[in-house]
Design a protein around this ligand. Structure first.
Ligand code: KG4
Ligand code: ZN
Length: 342
């Protein structure tokens, strides 16, 4: 990473391809979204009940050029109007990441414009700034198909991990349980829908790692579901709502309790929640209510900004470029969770 002291970035294009969404967006002055395209791969992965890495990267290769073109068209701009590029360089699926990174590098090279690498989790944490300012410091929770992690966020790039899942991510647990129940993919959406009108106390599923342990764990919960199904058979039509609501409640309780405990321990008065699972209505309601009891504010971006999108990449890239970050054309992708831009 070089320090370039870049002046105010007017229009920044963000590119996101870390998992199964191929997305590009243009943001003006850091926070005004001029255009965005999100090409979902749900139909590609649905038959498998989860993301197949090889299929994901191949689909990104097919989509990325038209995703960039459609975004520019929506924004009423041409490539020469873009002042800088930001791209998710990790963590994520390596084959998928490489497609976005190579596209961003090619564009930056051809147009002689600055390029900045963005950490996917930091981009999720920054998505809220497209809608409102949230004062620092705050507690960030990123909860998606690949991640369940809490962070202390003290400012731009000042992000310290607090807790993370020791096994499955919360979204992964939703996806695997939905697959087991034959509810379809993505599992979180399917389980939330199936839970409508159900009794969330009908079945008591475990809430692992109780107490002050800052980490999360969902594999025991997944096993408890499998054991229940082995003993009782798949829940029938009359039972599915109770079953889905009870499972959802176990996930939500873990997320709410651990996040609020971490915020209180760090003496933080604000929580920001993002990632695909943050679209869950029960999580939104329960986090707001429980955090409110401790006078902690909770902020959720709109649902379209919770799931993977390039607007969150573009807004964070704008701030990083403005702060003088400028990565070279030797930029590489990094699949690992611990990856942090230099
Ligand atoms: O952030 P995201 O789009 O991609 C990753 O980075 O993983 O999150 C996708 C995950 C999937 O596991 C999906 O089942 C979950 O988010 N999800 C939900 C809901 N909508 C999506 N989980 C619970 N409730 C939802 N409404
Ligand atoms: Zn994500």
């Amino acid at each position: 990473m070089k320090e370039s002291g870049t002046s105010l970035m007017m229009r920044v294009m963000g590119i996101e391809s870390s998992c199964d969404e191929c997305s590009a967006a243009v943001v003006q002055d850091g926070a005004t979204l001029l255009g965005q395209t999100v090409a979902s791969q749900i139909a590609v992965h649905a038959p498998y009940g989860g993301v197949v890495p090889e299929l994901a990267s191949r689909d990104h290769i097919r989509s990325i050029v038209s995703v960039v073109d459609d975004t520019l068209r929506q924004a009423g701009l041409s490539l020469s109007d873009i002042d800088g590029f930001g791209v998710t360089a990790g963590p994520g699926l390596i084959g998928s990441l490489l497609v976005g990174v190579q596209m961003a590098k090619s564009l930056a090279w051809c147009l002689k414009k600055p390029l900045v690498a963005v950490n996917h989790l930091h981009a999720h944490l920054h998505a809220i700034f497209l809608e409102r300012e949230v004062a620092y410091p705050h507690l960030g929770l990123v909860v998606s198909g690949g991640h369940t992690s809490t962070f202390r966020v003290d400012g731009l790039g000042k992000i310290r991990p607090i807790g993370q899942t020791l096994d499955d991510a919360a979204g992964e647990a939703f996806d695997k349980v939905a697959k087991l129940l034959g509810l379809g993919y993505p599992g979180g959406v399917a389980i939330e829908k199936a839970s409508q009108g159900g009794d969330c106390n009908a079945i008591r599923f475990p809430r692992p790692l109780p107490g002050r342990n800052p980490n999360f764990s969902f594999s025991g919960l997944k096993t408890a579901v499998a054991v229940w199904v082995r003993n009782n058979g798949l829940p029938g039509k009359e039972q599915i709502a109770d079953f889905a609501a009870s499972f959802q409640e176990a996930v939500v309780d873990s997320l709410v309790k651990k996040t609020i405990t971490a915020a209180r321990k760090e003496r933080l008065r604000r929580i920001v929640v993002s990632g695909g699972v943050a679209a869950n209505r029960r999580l939104r309601d329960k986090m707001l209510r429980h955090a409110g009891q401790y006078e902690i504010e909770t902020h959720f971006p709109s649902i379209s900004l919770c799931t993977d999108n390039a607007a969150m990449v573009a807004t964070l890239a704008s701030e990083l470029l403005r702060a003088g970050r400028n990565d070279g054309l030797d930029l590489d992708a990094n699949a690992g969770l611990g990856w942090h831009p230099a």
